[in-house]
Ligand binder design. Structure first.
Ligand code: GAR
Length: 216
């Protein structure tokens, strides 16, 4: 079993986000409320210069950095800049909160078992390439499923495939639309993600290959 130890001083989190940033806000609120302890958000990084996530980070005096592949000539330069930025802020943990770009494998291997993502469905259902944001909820409604939910999982080289850390379900009613389902799922994301991050901050998550054990 591989214990996910936080460095002394706790988790120094880099939050990567592309859009609205409501999960980032929920994480910062949970830190202020003491729902997450032994952790801090040390960096917010976004590929989108006008993201709500960057705007919120600036309001909170959290270092906020815009990094997009288009600013660089090669993939390697872009990945190097991203890795350097994360290292410069001494981050030891990466949280993807609505980050819609694939991470380079070199980042995944240098932060092995230290990168998590939240997905707005019960993985492995409704995951994989092209399944993000509203598309997920549209697919659940089109399939007439009676449950959906949210999943926090480790990030590996494939979209939405890494071992599951936590999941929570929501009922889907026949009257639900993709929009109403998105709202229900987002509400549980805002408590599930802080809960998962706190488990890491307390050193309670153990992983062995695809197998995750949460210490009670
Ligand atoms: C969230 O619903 C998150 O689960 C989803 O994007 C939204 C971001 O919202 N992520 C994915 O679909 C990843 N595959 P936010 O910007 O308000 O946190």
């Amino acid at each position: 079993m591989n214990e996910i130890k936080s460095a002394s001083g706790g988790l120094r989190i880099a939050v990567l986000a592309s859009g609205r940033g409501s999960n980032l806000r929920a994480i910062v609120d949970a830190l202020h409320a003491g729902i997450i302890s032994n952790a801090q958000v040390s960096l917010v990084l976004s590929n989108n210069s006008s993201s709500g996530a960057l705007e919120f980070a600036r309001q909170q005096n959290i270092p906020a950095v815009h990094l997009n592949r288009l600013q660089f000539t090669t993939d390697v330069e872009f990945t190097t800049a991203m890795t350097q930025t994360i290292r410069e802020h001494n981050c030891n943990f990466i949280v993807l909160a609505g980050y819609m770009k694939k991470l380079d494998p070199t980042i995944i291997s240098s932060f092995k078992n230290r990168i998590i993502n939240i997905h707005p469905a019960l993985l492995p259902a409704y995951g994989g390439k092209g399944m993000y944001g509203m598309r997920v909820h549209e697919a659940v409604i089109a399939s007439r499923d009676s449950v959906s939910g949210a999943t926090v999982h480790f990030v590996d080289e494939e979209y939405d495939r890494g071992p599951v850390v936590l999941q929570e379900r929501v009922d889907v009613s026949p009257a639900d639309t993709p929009e109403s389902l998105a709202e229900k799922v987002l509400k549980i994301e805002h408590t599930l993600y802080p809960k998962a991050i706190n488990l890491f901050a307390q050193g309670k998550v153990h992983v062995n290959g695809q197998h995750v054990v949460i210490e009670s």
